[in-house]
Design a protein around this ligand. Structure first.
Ligand code: UFG
Length: 320
């Protein structure tokens, strides 16, 4: 297939692009490089520096695209609470531009990067796809809005659409890892402590109703995420909007993750117990039973793989 990867210079997008290339698809990356990196786009892949407002210039009828994988978004929960207008404009406005261009060019297949943030504070864990969706952040609300847009687009215009609700993406693949200007995620921050870029890690809250008092999350390897994009892209049918959670089904606390980082790297990770980070739910764990049943996907990599793969790519980058 010829696939436009919107946001293909970002962390997850670049790994998805590399996986497409490896599976002999033709990928074209569109990214405005606001948070992505040009050098994360695999060699030999066409790259267009553009925002989604100009996507119709690339996604033309003549260009012969079969599908779109849409990962271009603002993705920081905290920032979305401070600049909601930016998130609505970029995420929802960008998706509207993309869907308009797809309709005009008759490109009828999309896999969209949705989020566990669409659920908010779950009533029941593990979280299934028909759980209540009450996002607690603007970021989550924008992702849920786009999911609703895709439902309508599939029903009314016959789009073949998939929303993949990632839980906590982690790890690295194809030499590509997380590289955010402002790092907020737990594993990269712990690794910054290991490499000396940071003195210590703050544990955000130790009084949650969990066994060790810290938050529990479901970490999922970016290579497993990429595999889910490729699988679902192939099987979704016109008029369908499929929604799938992507997680490992196992929950790890902040202290579990820190212990894994110590074990994998052999370095101490000094921590400081701090207050809760506003908006963090105590426990988020996915049920990925639906995608397992429908397309046979399951997470293949555990927490140790995620930490060691991220560490390997980070140290390689620091040496270069
Ligand atoms: N944490 C710390 N210290 C840190 C960083 C994080 O204790 O320095 C804790 C957080 O409180 C949280 C856990 O580590 O309990 C994981 O935090 P991340 O920031 O790595 O990830 P989140 O669970 O907050 O965010 C993830 C995705 C988002 C998504 C969100 C939905 O990265 O894109 O889940 O809830 F929106």
């Amino acid at each position: 297939m010829k696939v436009l990867v919107a946001g293909g210079a970002g962390y997850i997008g670049s790994v998805v692009t590399a996986a497409l290339v490896q599976a002999d698809h033709e990928a074209v990356v569109l990214d405005d490089l606001s948070t992505g990196h040009r050098d994360a786009v695999p060699d030999g892949v066409s790259f267009v520096e553009s925002s989604l407002s100009d996507v119709s210039k690339v996604l033309t009828r003549d260009a012969g695209f079969d599908a779109v994988i849409h990962l271009a978004a603002k993705s920081l929960v905290g920032e979305s609470e401070q600049r909601p207008e930016l998130y609505w404009r970029e995420n929802v406005g960008g998706a509207m531009d993309l869907l308009d261009a797809m309709r005009a060019a008759d490109v009828r297949r999309i896999v969209f990067s949705s989020s566990s943030a669409t659920y908010g504070n779950p009533e029941v864990v593990p979280i299934e796809e028909d759980a209540r969706t009450e996002p607690t952040s603007v970021y989550g609300a924008t992702k849920l809005t786009i999911d609703h847009m895709l439902t309508g687009e599939a029903r009314v215009h016959g789009l073949a659409a998939v929303s993949l609700r990632y839980f906590n993406a982690a790890g690295a693949a194809y030499g590509l890892g997380e590289r955010h200007a402002t790092e907020t995620h737990l594993i990269p921050i712990a690794l910054q402590v290991v490499t000396g870029a940071r003195e210590k890690l703050s544990v955000y809250g130790t009084d949650y109703p969990t066994p060790d008092g810290t938050c529990i999350r479901d970490y999922i390897h970016v290579a497993d995420l990429a595999a889910a994009h490729l699988l679902t892209l192939e099987v979704v049918q016109p008029g369908e909007h499929r929604i799938y959670n992507l997680g490992s089904g196992s929950g790890y606390s902040v202290r579990d993750v820190v212990a894994a980082v110590r074990e994998v790297t052999g370095h101490p990770v000094p921590v400081e117990d701090g207050p809760r980070r506003p908006g963090d739910p105590a426990k988020l764990v996915a049920s990925s039973a639906r995608i397992a049943q429908d397309v046979g996907w399951a997470a293949r990599h555990g927490l140790t793989d995620m930490v060691s793969d991220a560490y390997e790519v980070l140290t390689a980058r620091l040496l270069n």
